[in-house]
Design a protein. Structure first.
Lengths: 284, 283
């Protein structure tokens, strides 16, 4: 008997240690980035373009570029994703079609980001002659985050109790009106959470925009969706690998990374907070 | 109407296939499929060039394998801790922290591997370079852990409460219940989690681009540099002349990578459906 409890103690200790190790490394990592990056960040860093072949100055064009790309991606992915989810959750009957769509969505979610990059290069940049620009990058990122949005929206729609729909249909309301007035409003916070996670993902991706949108350096700010832009993640990569002054620009790299991480994790945190709020608030 | 929109995902998947093949297949006019896949030399810019991606494939598998060795125990054990052992308050803290890890941009982790891990490895083990399989595997492991942990956790939660109660009623300890009842019952979900985690690692680009070292040769030790497939594509596409053999070869590498991850995903999907628990009546 003692031996059995001893084994249990050893096991619990092991899993506690591994969980704590994981959490501690994440925490330490974030603290490390903060300590190293905070020194570089000031008003000038956030509002000025890079100067002197990117050894001085700020990151404003990259910040703006990431904003454009991410906004474009969500504009493309949100309607497509929510509509797909409405079909899967409200209209589809279980069967071969739904099974195939689900496998398709899962496979799309598993496509490596660099393959999305190649796809964007092949279709938007080359075949449709958009060139390397905001539009190509936003479309590529939009398709990349589509599965995230479909998944979250479907879950949110499914969480709306069946009785809500029955009550509405019982009053003689049409199916479409029920979806529009009853189901969607109740699922909205969940859909929002999914979209925010999608935004976070799109803002942090590098590989899909390398060939489709991101520029090494542009002096002028974009004026149309057919312009190349700088983007934060790509800027980090460029500063860390391609410069001739990698060691001297370390503080700029840490500063850029801190802005990127703060942006992405800030976005994710908003989603997490909204979600835990829904879980507490809505108990149907 | 909604059916058509729902088919967009399939359509995009189809477009990906079409454009990968359209831009990738011409390479096979220059080199046979066998020589492309199993050729030992990747010298795309030499005269004459050679396009053998075997070193890149080995590189991809090497980093994925070692990353899995780190990530599987860490991810699965953390999932067991969160799902079965942790008190509610700690659970509330752990879950978002692991989700934050999932949200970290890969370029940031790659940078960390480059700027912090690489010099440390180089000094500690007295190596010519810290950018090698070990470094890439450690960083990739941290990218795969959130996937493995969160999907395993869902699988553990899905085990019916009756199983646990039955086990306790027979006098089993909590550990015995977890090891002999809960984990076996959740095994298909945990396997799915592991496969998806590995798929994530094999397709990850920025980390291997920045920390794997970039040597296109079959590695002989875990401290050798490698050039996994995504790294090769990302590093060379910018320099490859438009629609040259090199450009086609990179797209063809993309096809190999795509088919590989697709296989991983379909396999995961198959396992999770084949062995799906439907209530407590199926065991």
């Amino acid at each position: 008997m003692r031996w059995r409890y001893f084994k249990q103690k050893v096991f619990f200790l092991t899993i506690r240690v591994s969980a704590i190790f994981l959490a501690a490394s994440i925490a330490l990592f974030l603290v490390y980035l903060f300590v190293n990056g905070i020194g570089a960040i000031n008003w000038e860093f956030l509002t000025q373009p890079p100067r002197d072949s990117m050894t001085k100055g700020g990151i404003m064009p990259a910040l703006l570029g990431t904003f454009y790309l991410t906004a474009g991606a969500i504009i493309i992915a949100l309607p497509l994703g929510v509509a797909s989810a409405i079909y899967l959750s409200e209209y589809a009957k279980q069967g071969a079609t739904v099974r195939i769509i689900r496998i398709g969505v899962n496979c799309l979610a598993g496509v490596p980001s660099i393959v999305f990059g190649l796809f964007g290069l092949g279709l938007f940049v080359v075949f449709l002659h958009f060139g390397s620009c905001i539009l190509s990058g936003a479309l590529t990122l939009g398709f990349l985050i589509l599965p995230t949005i479909i998944g979250a929206s479907e879950e949110a729609l499914k969480a709306v109790p069946q009785t809500f729909r029955e009550a509405s249909l019982g009053l003689g309301v049409s199916k479409w009106q029920t979806i529009l007035r009853i189901v969607l409003p109740n699922a909205l916070p969940g859909i929002l959470t999914g979209s925010i996670l999608g935004i976070g993902r799109a803002a942090g991706e590098t590989a899909p925009i390398m060939f489709t949108a991101a520029a090494f350096f542009t002096a002028k700010l974009p004026t149309s969706i057919f312009d190349e832009v700088m983007a934060l993640p790509y800027h980090v990569y460029v500063l860390a690998t391609a410069g001739t002054h990698i060691e001297e620009t370390r503080h700029l790299q840490y500063g850029t990374i801190l802005v990127l991480v703060a942006l992405v994790l800030g976005i994710d945190l908003i989603a997490i907070v909204i979600r835990s709020y829904i879980r507490k608030k809505k108990r149907w | 109407m909604f059916l058509f929109i729902a088919l967009v995902s399939i359509f995009v998947l189809g477009l990906i296939v079409v454009f990968l093949f359209m831009e990738g297949l011409p390479i096979f006019k220059v080199i046979s499929l066998g020589h492309f896949l199993f050729g030992l030399e990747w010298y795309p810019t030499y005269e004459p060039p050679s396009f053998g991606i075997w070193p890149l494939i080995v590189g991809s598998f090497a980093v994925t394998f070692f990353a899995s060795i780190i990530a599987i125990p860490l991810g699965v054990l953390s999932a067991i801790y969160i799902a079965e052992v942790a008190p509610p308050l700690i659970k509330e803290i752990f879950k978002p922290v692991i989700e934050l890890l999932a949200g970290l941009p890969s370029v940031v982790l790659g940078f960390f591997g480059m700027a912090v891990l690489a010099p440390w490895l180089q000094e500690t083990f007295d190596l010519p370079t810290g950018l090698n399989i070990v470094n890439a595997s450690i960083v990739l492991a941290f990218m795969a852990v959130p996937t493995i942990s969160s999907i395993s956790e869902d699988a553990l939660y899905a085990v019916p409460q009756e199983f646990k109660e039955a086990s306790y009623a027979l006098g089993a300890t909590r550990f015995e219940t977890i090891a002999k009842v809960i984990v076996p019952a959740a095994l298909s979900g945990i396997s799915t989690a592991v496969i998806l985690g590995m798929a994530r690692a094999i397709g990850e680009t920025m980390v291997v681009l920045m920390v794997a070292g970039g040597a296109a040769a079959v590695p002989e030790s875990i401290f050798d540099s490698v050039r996994p497939m995504p790294a090769s594509i990302a590093a060379e596409m910018g320099e490859a002349p438009f629609r040259s053999d090199h450009y086609y070869a990179l797209f063809a590498t993309g096809i190999v990578l795509f088919i590989l991850t697709l296989a991983f995903n379909l396999f995961a999907d198959y396992i999770s459906h084949k062995f799906k628990e439907v209530g407590s009546a199926t065991l």
